[in-house]
Design a protein around this ligand. Structure first.
Ligand code: GLV
Ligand code: GLV
Length: 355
């Protein structure tokens, strides 16, 4: 091949490889046994000639790697992820390297995991499963594993972009929850959806669902019974949910996080879980992956899964394909398929900017 493209991990499916190979790229996939590659490992992979790299969210794509990629003649890096808090886009741009991510294909899959964690927490599925396996079930009882009824309760969404909006629609339509959301951008499409669904329910003699765009994040924390976090991770959202904000939430609220771990102060969360046994949490992401803060794994009111929100076959193959298209596009001289520097097309189409 004319071009050398490196993938730091084997990725699902073959379509992404075929796309690159068909267009004259030689694809090199790293098969090192270690889960997380170091900067040194990646520098070695890049070598003396490398046109583009597909990398993972566990890797630190900063000054050092972009400088190495640039020296090897590289023009493009794509994360196989929608989030790109592991990428220093400014450093990349300094070396004339384009950065891509993989939005869109993981929207519904991620929202479905947030919904799964919401239901699992509300109905104490994991605790109940452990109880069965431990041989503790002695027969039906009126008070055994009583949880929360979501219908008629309020779902709070913090960050109503693609994933947050998809999750909101699932919870409103699927479980007839009222919606309160906080985002700098108004999501008129989401508001229209809830309004129309509310009218439909009313026409059928049912209690209509309602929506509210909160003027602050605190308003959501105070009012919602179930809260799901969907912001991007940056300086402004680091420890967005801290000790003070946890204290604002209802004692029996449920908190779900499928965004990025550092959005929650995890030490404060463990203390809050300990002090409020009726408060429950469903976590897909952690502050310092792969580790959990001390005590978290012992909390019965926490459900923890290992960053699997985008883990459906269709989505993972799609992410690999988009990452390959990002790299290929740039190598061939086209604008990158998905460039985080551009305004988010979802927001462009469906939202009004802040006043
Ligand atoms: C996964 O966490 C992603 O950002 O795609
Ligand atoms: C419970 O199993 C019921 O029948 O109410």
């Amino acid at each position: 091949g004319k071009y050398r493209v490196v993938s730091t991990k084997p990725m699902p499916g073959t379509r992404w490889i075929n796309l690159l190979v068909d267009q004259g790229c030689r694809v090199e996939i790293c098969h090192l046994k270690k889960t997380i590659l170091s900067v040194e490992d990646i520098i070695e992979l890049i070598g003396n000639k490398c046109d583009g790299v597909i990398g993972q969210l566990t890797e630190d794509w900063g000054e050092t790697l972009f400088s190495a990629l640039s020296k090897a003649g590289g023009k493009v890096f794509s994360n196989m992820a929608v989030g790109y808090n592991n990428v220093d886009v400014e450093a990349a741009n300094k070396y004339g390297i384009a950065v891509g991510n993989t939005p869109g294909v993981l929207t519904e899959t991620t929202a479905e995991l947030a919904a799964s964690l919401s239901l699992a927490a509300a109905r104490r599925i994991v605790e109940a499963d452990g109880f069965m396996r431990a041989g503790l079930y002695e027969g039906w009882l009126p008070h055994l594993f009583v949880g929360n009824l979501l219908k008629g309760q309020t779902v709070g969404v913090i960050g109503a972009g693609r994933i947050g909006s998809a999750y909101a629609r699932m919870m409103v339509e699927g479980f007839k929850m009222n919606l309160i959301y906080f985002d700098l951008y108004q999501s008129t499409r989401l508001e229209k959806f809830v309004t129309a669904y509310g009218q439909f329910l009313k026409a059928n003699g049912e209690q209509p669902v309602t929506w509210k765009r909160a003027s602050s994040m605190e308003e959501v924390l105070r009012e919602a019974d179930l809260i799901s976090l969907h912001p991007v991770l940056d300086k402004t959202t680091y420890h967005l949910v801290n000790k003070e904000r946890l204290a604002m939430m209802k004692k029996e609220a449920i908190l779900v996080n499928c965004s990025r771990g550092p959005v929650i102060d995890e030490v404060a969360l463990v203390n809050h879980l300990r002090e409020n046994p009726m408060f429950r949490v469903g976590l897909d992401v952690f502050e310092e992956e792969p580790f959990m803060k001390p005590g978290l794994a012992d909390m019965k009111n926490a459900i923890v899964v290992p960053h699997i929100a985008s883990a459906s076959k269709w989505t993972r193959e799609g992410m690999a394909t988009l990452a390959a298209l990002n790299v290929l596009g740039r190598i061939k001289g086209y604008p990158i398929w998905s460039d985080p520097n551009r305004v988010d097309p979802f927001l462009n189409e469906n939202a009004s900017p802040p006043n």
